[in-house]
Design a protein around this ligand. Structure first.
Ligand code: AP5
Ligand code: MG
Length: 192
């Protein structure tokens, strides 16, 4: 089994690279951002709560996102055969990383590695502003992008230390062409 976390700042390419990784290694791709946007599109109660946090560049409460992820693993793993999981945008706080240990343990799974995509801040902002011209995402505007970056530094970067202590942290240079970055990721993943 190959169970990986892909993390990095907003716009670092988590979604783009996950799409390539999941196909090559036959992994179940779970993006908590995508799960939340699906709840919003479905106009569910969860979506209604999440909407305000997302548009403000803030994280939704830990307990809420942990429940959503737990349910999604349950439902989607039952639907097809996979060689493992790729978690995109989760965990984003140390409390979420601690909760993930429990979610994995109860399924007899082990985390293989966390891949951290590193990209300079100017480039992140450029990418997200550009995407905002067509994405329709409520958080792809300069004001909210800046808040997302602040929240990333304050709450999500400490998660890296959590996995460094377990020797599961690998940083991957996230600039260059999409294929170049994917090549770097495969070099790491092929060791597992
Ligand atoms: P989420 O959906 O996870 O957004 P994010 O982390 O801000 O990151 P993005 O999805 O915007 O970027 P990405 O890294 O996937 O990059 P992408 O591949 O799209 O979260 C959104 C919100 O949901 C959060 O702010 C929070 O409110 C809530 N949330 C989600 N998870 C949560 C959690 N666990 N706890 C609490 N709240 C949570 O690429 C970006 C752009 O760059 C694209 O246009 C792409 O085409 C382009 N691009 C990609 N690679 C390259 C390249 N190599 N060169 C040039 N351009 C590139
Ligand atoms: Mg994404």
């Amino acid at each position: 089994m190959l169970n990986i976390i892909i993390c990095g700042a907003p716009g670092s390419g988590k979604g783009t690279q996950s799409a390539l990784i999941k196909d090559k290694y036959n992994l179940l791709h779970l993006s908590t951002g995508d799960l939340l946007r699906a709840e919003i599109a479905a106009k569910s109660e969860l979506g209604r709560i999440a909407e305000g946090y997302i548009a403000n560049g803030q994280l939704v409460p830990d307990e809420m996102i942990i429940n959503i992820l737990d349910k999604a693993i349950e439902e989607k793993e039952a639907a097809a055969q996979y060689n493992g999981l790729i978690l995109d945008g989760f965990p984003r706080t140390v409390a979420q990383a601690e909760a993930l240990e429990g979610l994995m343990q109860k399924r007899n799974k082990d985390l293989s590695v966390l891949l951290d995509l590193t990209v300079e801040e100017d480039e992140l902002i450029d990418r997200l502003i550009k995407r905002g011209q067509t994405s329709g995402r409520s958080d792809d505007n300069l004001e909210t992008i800046k808040k997302r970056l602040d929240v990333y530094h304050e709450k999500t970067e400490p998660v890296n230390d959590f996995y460094k202590k377990q020797n599961k942290y690998v940083s991957v240079e996230g600039t260059g062409t999409i294929e170049e970055i994917f090549g770097r990721i495969c070099e790491v993943l092929n060791k597992y």
